[in-house]
Every structure is written in C-alpha cells, then in structure tokens.
Design a protein around this ligand. Structure first.
Ligand SMILES: [Zn+2]
Ligand SMILES: [Zn+2]
Length: 316
C-alpha cells in the first residue's frame, strides 16, 4: 500500500512534469570554485578544492553561472561538450578572484554561443570596459572584442529584479569594496542565495560612496546593507556565505565576514542550509572538517551546515 506522503510526492512530480513538459523540476547548484582571494593547488585543500568562486545553477534548461573565478574553466569545457548555446553569468564584483577565470572560459571561442553577463553597476566603468581591460595587452593576448561568442552586458541597478528563463533573480549591494552585489535566485519554489565577499556585521563600510554623509546617514547605510543581506537570504533553501575568517583572524579593513556571521544571518533569515564559502587560501581540509563539526552544534534548529566543496552538487 502506498503511504500518503509517497503518493503526494509522486503526484506533485507528475504534475510538474505535465505542466512543464520537462524532466528536471529541481534547482541544481554545482560548486566549481569555492576558494577566496587566489587559487591554490596544494595537498592541504585537495578535498574541498582550490579554485576561486564559480557556481553553476540549473533550473529546467536554463544555465546560470555565478562568478567567473578559476572554477569556470572546467565548467566552460563541459558546457561546450554538452552544446549549451545560451549562458547567463552573474558577477558579484570584479575583484580578480571573481573574474580571472573568464578569459579562459571555453564558450567564448564558440560562434554560436550567446553569453549574457550581469553585475551591479560600477559608477566609474561599465562591466564591459572592466572585463575588456582585463583582456588587453600586456595582461592577456586575446582581446575580449575579438572572441567568437556573442556577448551581452547588463549593468544592474541596486535591488534590480528580472527573470532568466524560469529563474527570478534579484541583486542587492553588499558591504564590500568598490561595487559588490549579492544574488537571490528563485525557481520552482526553491531559493538559492549567494552572499560572497561582504563584511556583514563589521564596524566599517567598504564600498565606494558608503562613507559619505553625516554619521546618521552612514549608520542608515550600514543598516540598509545588513537589510540587503537579510532580504537576499530570507528563507533560502541554500545560502552560500563569505566565511573567510575565523573570529581570531578577523580584520575589519578587509571586507570579509566570519563563520559566526554565517550562522547569525542563517538564523535571522531562516535559511535551511548554510554553506561556508570563499575559504581562506590557507584553510586546510582538516580544519574545515573540524569547523563544520564545531559550528553544526550552533546552527539553528532545522538547518544544515556544510562547507562548500568543489565538485559537489546540491539539489533543491
Ligand atoms: Zn573574493
Ligand atoms: Zn572581493
């Protein structure tokens, strides 16, 4: 005899199949790069991985990539092999560790591929100009203007919401240098939140223009930035968070958060799974194992804690 819960699961899966005429009804999150600051190749990070930030999000046939650290190099090869013609790339900000895999992104060489790139607008230069700058001599031999793929750039406004296929995307500014955005992706009733590179509860504001105005105005900005993070993470099924520092390592002028901050935001936002992310280059696999075990006891009830691991996939 079928149990009721089992029956409901079958029915809801079938309904999704009929309504969408597709087999994939989940959101799949794959980690291609999880390390912060610079890539590391060393036995101490062989299990969690040494590539810089890159995450693939799939919902139905739509492929969204978040950040273009060195993890995007392996992902690019696979996308070419599977014949992916439409790619959407969200860039949190243009610090090197989030874009330095992009010149080596294999789909750039494909003339029948369209790549849509999005980032929070920088007041001083467009996303296109910044990426072109990275790919010019004497830094790199192949100019971005000469790639085969069709590129479309979008400079996002604060709080902008838009749709990429079946995925509803939102971008909000975070407390980090220059112009840094976090993202919230919602689809099929699931939510993935990406908050890498921010100092959420620290005493300083790091972004351009954040420290102008009266003390009261600056305090209002601080509250607004914390609210941004909370809104991005609210009720997330998976929240990826900048856990660069241990408490004793924390530096208030770096623009990064601590592991405790991930737990605090996870509790405030009711996130169901929290992933430590943007691991410090020197953080060893064994240390991460111990830290996850240690902090798991402090995570609010009904939530899971993991450390993001290169190659792992989370299905929401
Ligand atoms: Zn970074
Ligand atoms: Zn950064």
């Amino acid at each position: 005899m079928l149990h009721l819960q089992h029956l409901i699961r079958i029915c809801s899966a079938r309904l999704s199949y009929v309504a969408d005429d597709r087999l994939v009804i989940h959101m799949e999150i794959t980690f291609w790069g999880v390390r912060g600051s610079f890539p590391v190749s060393s036995p101490h990070c062989a299990r969690y991985g040494g590539n810089t930030p890159c995450i693939e999000v799939n919902a139905q046939d739509t492929c969204v990539i978040v950040d273009a650290g060195t993890g995007i190099c392996s992902l690019g090869k696979r996308l070419v092999e599977q014949g992916q013609k439409e790619i959407h790339l969200l860039i949190s900000h243009t610090h090197w560790d989030h874009i330095h895999g992009f010149p080596h992104f294999a789909p750039l060489c494909e003339s029948d591929v369209t790549i849509h790139l999005y980032a929070l607008a920088n007041a001083n230069a467009s996303l296109k100009d910044i990426l072109c700058g990275q790919q010019q001599e004497p830094f790199f031999p192949n100019a971005l203007d000469s790639v085969n793929a069709d590129l479309h750039f979008t400079d996002l406004s604060e709080g902008q919401r838009w749709n990429i296929g079946p995925i509803d995307v939102q971008c909000r500014r975070l407390n980090h240098a220059s112009y840094t955005g976090g993202f919230r992706l919602e689809s099929v009733g699931k939510t993935f939140s990406y908050l890498s590179d921010l100092d959420l509860y620290g005493p300083r504001l790091h972004g351009e223009g954040m420290n102008t105005g009266t003390e009261d105005e600056i305090e209002q900005k601080r509250i607004g930035l914390q609210q941004n993070a909370l809104e991005l993470a609210r009720d997330a099924d998976l929240m990826v968070f900048d856990s660069f520092f241990l408490t004793e390592e924390y530096k208030d002028d770096w623009g990064h958060s601590k592991m405790e901050d991930a737990l605090r935001l996870g509790a405030e936002s009711n996130a169901r799974r929290i992933a430590f992310f943007h691991h410090a280059p020197g953080r060893s696999d064994d240390q991460l194992d111990e830290l996850v075990a240690h902090y798991s006891t402090e995570v609010h009830r009904d939530a899971d804690l993991i450390a993001a691991t290169e190659g792992d996939q989370v299905v929401l």
